[in-house]
Design a protein. Structure first.
Length: 193
């Protein structure tokens, strides 16, 4: 049979032996405690400085990145040398819309932007096959840049860039013809650089 420990017995025996100590008021921190606390505070301060540095660095690096769908270059809508409203007959916006539709796989709508002469040379099936074959050129487009265009009566031309979210860009050159219902694409080339 086991016997439990009685605290009174322990206290009585320790008193008989003279080993009981009365509680003492807490002492001031010793020098090694002060050094330890100082090192902890220094480590915390360094950690705060490092975190602030990483946050600042990430803000600077990510400042130029844009999210969302591809952005249109509205600067190409303005006539050169004027501060007027955008020219509604600018063919660049048509080209940007065509490229965006092609990148989304809306081939029927993109095919409608081609001029009648080009539609006679390239059937819809050939257009779709060519677009799917070159689909890598239209992935992850971040923005379009067409800074200038030229209009000569019923024809127009422009060149610019498609910029990708992962870096790099493609040169885009296009020729337009004006038909009864507005500008239509007569030729477009996209070359990755």
């Amino acid at each position: 049979m086991t016997r439990g420990i009685n605290i009174n017995d322990i206290h009585q025996k320790s008193t008989e032996l003279g080993t009981v100590q009365t509680p003492v008021q807490a002492e001031e921190p010793r020098s090694y405690d002060l050094r330890f606390y100082g090192r902890v505070l220094l480590a915390a301060f360094i950690l705060i400085i490092l975190c602030a540095g990483f946050v600042t660095c990430s803000l600077v690096v990510n400042r130029g990145k844009q999210t969302g769908p591809a952005r249109y270059d509205l600067s190409s809508l303005f006539k050169a040398g004027t501060q007027a409203f955008p020219d509604p007959s600018n063919p660049c916006i048509l080209l940007q819309e065509y490229l965006e539709l092609t990148s989304r796989g809306s081939y029927e709508r993109a095919y409608d932007y081609l001029c009648e002469g080009l539609k006679k040379e390239v059937s819809f099936e050939e257009f779709v096959a060519n677009s799917e074959k070159n689909s890598l050129l239209f992935r992850d487009v971040e923005r379009y840049r067409f800074s200038q265009y030229g209009v000569d009566g019923t024809t127009a031309s422009t060149s610019g860039y498609m910029e990708y979210g992962v870096g790099g860009r493609s040169l885009v050159e296009a020729a337009f013809t004006k038909e009864e219902d507005g500008w239509r694409i007569a030729l477009v080339t996209v070359v990755y650089q």
